[in-house]
Design a protein around this ligand. Structure first.
Ligand code: ZN
Length: 243
């Protein structure tokens, strides 16, 4: 009886270790086997692909990808039209680390702009998963253009009371300012003119703001302060504000 009691915990330990081993091998195969049945968008080991469906893993994959220059450029490759440029080195506060010249975001045009890869990648996620569905839902048309007024700008943060000591994320092109949108039916919307309305245009702009909060780290728009009455300020890093 005593010997049997001693053997049982040992057997249980052995069975537990075998179980851990089987689960471990299974998990490794599911994540890394080239023919894994686990879909890419559910696989944390698989790279981010902008056009993949959104899952609870997507935000984490985006943060990981945006923070890794090589992975970011690879993800951007089939999501946008962009040319890779050498880093812009200005000084300790200003410059563009992973610098690209963007000329198209997904299906949508954009006036050519130099920005950081992390900004371009978040913009392409917003276009694919926020703006295009919102245009179809609220306006029954397709997004054709994202209107921007700049990304890189070597300057400090502006406040309604004047200047601020801190450097803006524009100083490293980790932000972009968006003033409006155009659509394939020939219509267009601007934040300055259409934000306060009641119709489908205003509903689209509010949906655009809400989804920007999903795909950027910080989103500031007309509801934030008067300096943002005419644009969304979208940041690829920062303190996580959405307004
Ligand atoms: Zn801005």
């Amino acid at each position: 009886m005593t010997g049997e009691r001693k053997r049982r915990p040992a057997l249980r330990r052995a069975a537990f270790l075998i179980w851990i081993g089987v689960v471990g091998v299974g998990a490794y195969q599911a994540l890394f086997h080239p023919e894994t049945p686990l879909p890419r968008h559910w696989n944390p080991a698989a790279p981010l692909v902008v056009s993949d469906p959104v899952t609870p893993l997507t935000g984490w994959k985006l943060r990981r990808t945006a923070g890794d220059p090589m992975a970011c450029l690879a993800a951007l490759d089939d999501a946008v039209e962009a040319r890779m440029l050498p880093p812009l080195v200005v000084d300790v506060n200003c410059g563009i680390g992973t610098r690209v010249r963007l000329t198209q975001v997904g299906q949508s045009g954009i006036a050519p702009i130099e920005t950081d890869c992390s900004t371009a990648l978040r913009l392409s996620m917003w276009e694919q998963h926020g703006l295009r569905p919102a245009a179809r839902d609220h306006l029954g048309t397709d997004l054709s253009e994202i209107r921007q007024i700049g990304s890189y700008n070597c300057r400090r943060i502006r406040t309604p009371g004047g200047g601020s000591g801190r450097w803006s994320t524009h100083a490293t092109a980790e932000a972009i300012d968006i003033t409006g949108f155009a659509f394939s039916d020939g219509s267009s919307l601007s934040l300055l003119q259409d934000w306060s309305g009641e119709g489908p245009g205003a509903a689209f702009l509010r949906a655009a703001r809400d989804s920007a909060c999903t795909w950027f780290v910080t989103t500031l728009g007309p509801d934030f302060n008067r300096l943002h009455a005419d644009h969304f300020h979208l940041q690829a890093r920062g303190w996580g504000r959405c307004s």
